[in-house]
Design a protein around this ligand. Structure first.
Ligand code: COA
Length: 369
């Protein structure tokens, strides 16, 4: 029996493989719904705001996406889900991503470590050489800190997550800043900034849409999403994320069946009719969670024309028009990604919390130093 199929009883808690239901209304969906609730509660705690993060129905597309296998675990005390862990195994990659969260009142009794040990075993069974992890923490934590090797940002030492990841052999690779923007923006200020940006980016135009990718742009979106792994600053983090037109369509279909709505803007180089940049927002149609800024990229060869600002403003204008009830947008940027941070600062984003990316070699050839 593989470890992913077993249920283990340890010191008053059990660890069980997560059952992924076909829908959140299915008869076997209870653990998945509880898993999502733990994830959401801990994420909101770490980000320092009380808002919801992602409902079970919003999370489900990530688990049904066949381009990256997901494995989940739940820890239960007296039959109640109190902690969760998951492993994302991108197709054809040497790396994988883990996450562990334990409800605050159940910490410090070995549940997180037991979940983590199982995740590492699963990653090794899947033949992965590297396990990576992300930790989030509020902006106002004082005290001694571990500096990021990029030279930008640091992580407070005296946090349970920092102690946990260091104790389990991870090294800090990169620090990101989570920033939030309150909506609605002042319409006059937005129009003025947009007009100024349009004037500075002659030869380019934007195209925006909600939901399914228009047929004309499917190949472009596949290319742009793939270039996120090579053209965005990823420091020592390994990222394999190859997109094809089929994969873009498969994810469009999954989102169409969920309460998640993608708002996309691209920038088109008029001389070549090529899409040379894109930005995407993940918006909820059912909850008041903040809209989540996903990828933004301008191809290297088209940088320097204020296209990053143009994209962000075009998509925010769409967001305000289509989802007037949305009150907050959150975005994560590498601390060393100064061009993107400057765009966000100019629009009015304010740092609200931080996010660190960690890496551990778990197999394969030893790393040369
Ligand atoms: C990080 C996190 C997962 C740890 O979960 P946890 O269940 O408290 O983890 P453990 O109980 O295994 O270890 C926590 C501490 O309790 C200690 N401990 C473990 N078993 C213990 C026991 N039976 N009795 C007393 N202490 C114990 C550990 O030594 C550790 O001490 P340290 O903080 O000084 O290093 C939890 O704090 C959390 O959910 N944080 C938010 C999400 C997050 O940051 N996750 C990590 C990145 S994915």
């Amino acid at each position: 029996m593989s470890t992913s199929e077993s249920t283990t009883t340890l010191r008053g808690f059990t660890i069980e493989p997560l059952v992924v239901p076909a829908s959140v209304d299915a008869a076997d969906a209870a653990d998945f719904v509880a898993f999502a609730a733990v994830r959401s509660a801990v994420e909101a705690e770490q980000r320092g705001h009380g808002g919801a993060v992602m409902t079970a129905a919003e999370l489900l597309p990530d688990w049904l996406d066949e381009s990256r296998q997901m494995v989940g675990l739940v820890a239960k005390v007296d039959g109640r889900v109190v902690a969760r862990a998951n492993l994302a195994l991108p197709a054809g990659a040497p790396e994988c991503w883990g996450a562990v969260s334990v409800l605050p009142e159940l910490r410090g009794r070995g549940i997180g470590s037991a979940l983590y040990d199982r995740l590492e075993e699963l990653a090794q069974e899947a033949g992965r050489a590297t396990l990576q992890n992300q930790s989030t923490y509020p902006a106002d934590v004082a005290g001694e800190a571990v500096p990021a090797p990029t030279g930008f940002g640091s992580v407070p030492i005296d946090l349970p997550s920092t102690r946990f990841l260091l104790r389990h052999g991870f090294s800090l690779e990169q620090v990101g800043r989570i920033s939030a923007l309150s909506l609605p923006l002042d319409p006059d200020a937005l129009s003025a900034l947009l007009a100024e940006t349009v004037a500075a980016s002659t030869g380019y135009r934007t195209v925006s849409w909600q939901g399914r990718t228009p047929e004309e742009w499917v190949e472009s979106i596949a290319l742009l999403r793939t270039r996120m792994s090579s053209d965005a600053p990823n420091a020592g983090i390994e990222l394999t994320d190859v997109w094809t037109a089929e994969r873009v369509r498969a994810v469009d279909d999954l989102w169409a069946d969920s309460p998640r709505v993608a708002l996309t803007s691209i920038v088109v180089h008029e001389a070549t009719r090529q899409a040379v940049g894109f930005t995407e927002l993940d918006v909820s149609s059912e909850s008041d969670r903040p809209a989540e800024q996903m990828d933004t990229l301008v191809l290297r060869e088209h940088r320097g024309h204020r296209l990053g600002m143009l994209l962000k403003l075009a998509n925010l204008r769409e967001l305000t028009a289509r989802f007037p009830g949305c009150g907050l947008v959150e975005t994560v940027n590498a601390e060393e990604n100064r061009p993107m941070l400057e765009v966000n600062d100019a629009i009015g984003f304010v740092a609200s919390s931080y996010s660190a990316r960690w890496r551990k070699r778990i197999g394969g050839a030893p790393e040369t130093v």
